[in-house]
Design a protein around this ligand. Structure first.
Ligand SMILES: [Zn+2]
Length: 253
């Protein structure tokens, strides 16, 4: 099959702390009836993996008389292409234009803190020897949680667990491990990750985030080091459908 368009280069995958970049407009199109811009490369994180999309601006990069400013309200990934969806606040853009991408740093910062914090819960669950298998993560600022499949059906002392998890999460944050991205095959993931989900494709490199030496297969954005999370609270621990358990958490400070 012939590729009609080159896939967008995802700069946030290799450097999740990068907040701006130069890019070239590949196409100005529409996504669900809203103006959408496709670029050759981007730092904008598209919604997915339980993390909200970045917002920000795409502006004309040079001062050669042309002026354009596009406010990015939503970012979606489809068919290898990142769609920057929003409104033109000034001017317009056409294929070939050189632009600058500027991600809203405050929004990204909060999203990264919430996403990393979700994996700190994974680390705490592991450190406490609970034997729960990580599943879905929801890292939005409103009510973030992570879900686990627990082994056995022994009753849980949820009050004690909530306290122990909160304590362990904040201990891990104070230890301040650095985060970094690795691109390795599923077969190699087992050497750095305690759990490798079935959906990871075999044979081609996929991304792992290392929090110190604790690896998690993940495509999201993260803090550079765990202290950047601030502090964490465990909001609730409650059973959910299918014998799963949901751990609600918050980042504070
Ligand atoms: Zn993740």
């Amino acid at each position: 099959m012939l590729e009609t368009k080159m896939a967008t280069q995802l700069l946030y995958l290799t450097d999740f702390t990068l907040l701006s970049c130069q890019a070239q407009v590949v196409e100005v199109t529409a996504y669900e009836d809203k103006p959408a811009i496709i670029l050759d490369q981007t730092v904008f994180y598209p919604q997915g993996g339980g993390q909200p999309a970045d917002q920000g601006f795409i502006v004309v990069a040079d001062s050669a008389g042309q002026k354009a400013r596009f406010r990015v309200e939503m970012v979606r990934f489809a068919d290898g292409l990142v769609h920057h969806i929003g409104v033109f606040e000034e001017g317009e853009l056409a294929a070939g234009a050189q632009v600058k991408c500027e991600v809203d740093a405050q929004r990204r910062g909060l999203n990264s803190r919430n996403h990393s914090a979700g994996h700190v819960v994974d680390m705490a669950v592991h450190a406490l020897g609970l034997g729960w298998i990580p599943g879905k993560g929801y890292h939005f600022p409103e009510g973030p949680y992570v879900e686990y499949a627990k082994s056995g059906d022994a009753p849980l002392d949820r009050v004690a667990l909530r306290e122990a998890l909160a304590k362990k999460c904040n201990e891990l944050i104070v230890r301040d491990a650095e985060t970094r991205a690795l691109f390795i095959t599923k077969e190699k993931m087992a050497t750095v990750c305690h759990h490798v989900p079935d959906y990871i494709p075999e044979g081609k490199p996929a991304r792992v985030i290392l929090f110190g030496d604790f690896g998690v297969p993940c495509g999201g954005t993260h803090v550079a080091r765990l202290r950047d999370i601030g502090q964490m609270t465990i909001r609730k621990i409650k059973p959910s459908s299918g014998g799963k358990i949901k751990v609600g958490y918050n980042v504070v400070g």
